[in-house]
Design a protein around this ligand. Sequence first.
Ligand code: HEC
Ligand code: HEC
Ligand code: HEC
Length: 352
Amino acid sequence: MIRFHWKHIAIALAILPFAAVFGAWIGFFNIAASTGHWQITDWFLHFAMRSAVRTYSLAVEPPERLPAEGIQPSAGHFERGCAICHGAPGVPQSPAVQKMLPRPPDLAPVIGTWTDAELFRIVKYGVRFTGMPAWPTQQRDDEVWAMVAFLRVLPRMDARTYGELAMGGEESPAMHANDFEATVADCARCHARDGRGRSALVPIISGQREEYLRASLEAFAEGKRPSGVMELAAVEADRRLWADLARHFASQPRVSTSAAASGDAARGRQIAEFGIPERKVPACLSCHGGSRRNPIYPTLAGQHAEYLKTQLRLFAAGRRGGTPFAHLMERTAKALEEKEIEDLAAYFSSIK
Ligand code: HEC
Ligand code: HEC
Ligand code: HEC
């Protein structure tokens, strides 16, 4: 009978890494992508991925409800940022991607195998060694949850509904388009041609100030205003077109949202006009009202309430960023209570 002594085991274990390096050095392992992984490697990588996602998602706390109003911009983002690998309803995977290893799965049949928290983990952090990228910014969990809301409804979505959500009657987004028409068409997929915003989380940019729009595109592209959705859109739009895009949307007639918002608009108006002196909250209209103000201070009148609330919460959490003037908002937003944020959003969204 062979008897293993612990020393032999220790020596074997100590030698193992050197044997592996030696194997790699003599070219034992075939790293050519053409031959695929050994089945066992493939199985192991996917198994390790599933286990890691399951474990790490335990720390993720899902919101009370998935943000349904985030489905439209997420579909728009999916079309440009995800469909290229995963395909989409009515959009087959490209033959080049079918050769990727591991092959990005068609998502419709697999979404149901993951919980919301697990999908959040995958979309926020990506999957190492597979080409599955992380969300472009790690600052915006709200955007990742919006994408999870979209993924949840994806399996039951037909090609027409998907096309309407992601494209809104425009052509599929041209990559690196450098002419104005194609680029406006790309923006219109989420903002609509007249800039009214196709969801409560996509801001109305028609009639917004030109300087502010232009400076915001720059802030998105340079990561100074974190948004995975807008970073991609701004980077893909030729920088030389930013001024024209800003002029185009600024010159559209200002539309206002028709949706009634929860919150006390009268109280919101009071804060907007007089601030909250005992907490040193300035009157919002001292910067956001009147036409002779600094051109970079944005117009809030008629803006979607959901969008306004999201931005105020982001400012309060120190995650909004923006133009070089954005710091003016942070202290103000931090001093507001959640109820006041709702009241202010109700007031500003109700102005025609
Ligand atoms: C460059 C190609 C690529 C892009 C772009 C990409 N993915 Fe993936 N994705 C993959 C690959 C490859 C896997 C498989 C990972 C594995 O099985 O270990 C994957 C896995 C996933 C999974 C888990 C599915 C499963 O059961 O394996 C989800 C969900 C997912 N991706 C969503 C997205 C979303 C949402 C986007 C866009 C924000 C996106 N992906 C962009 C390549 C990509
Ligand atoms: C996939 C959807 C999508 C596309 C495409 C898109 N946007 Fe946006 N846009 C958004 C969302 C969502 C926001 C809000 C971002 C946030 O929450 O920070 C936004 C915000 C903006 C803002 C900031 C407005 C404000 O009030 O602060 C500007 C400016 C803007 N977009 C311009 C554009 C332009 C120009 C294009 C085309 C080159 C474009 N967007 C393409 C979804 C999109
Ligand atoms: C000292 C001037 C100043 C005051 C006072 C001020 N703001 Fe602002 N606000 C700004 C500036 C500048 C921005 C643009 C930030 C950026 O993107 O760079 C902004 C942006 C915003 C935005 C985001 C708009 C968008 O389209 O994304 C909201 C919402 C907002 N302010 C609400 C308020 C409210 C509510 C108050 C009052 C409680 C207020 N602001 C008071 C200067 C001010």
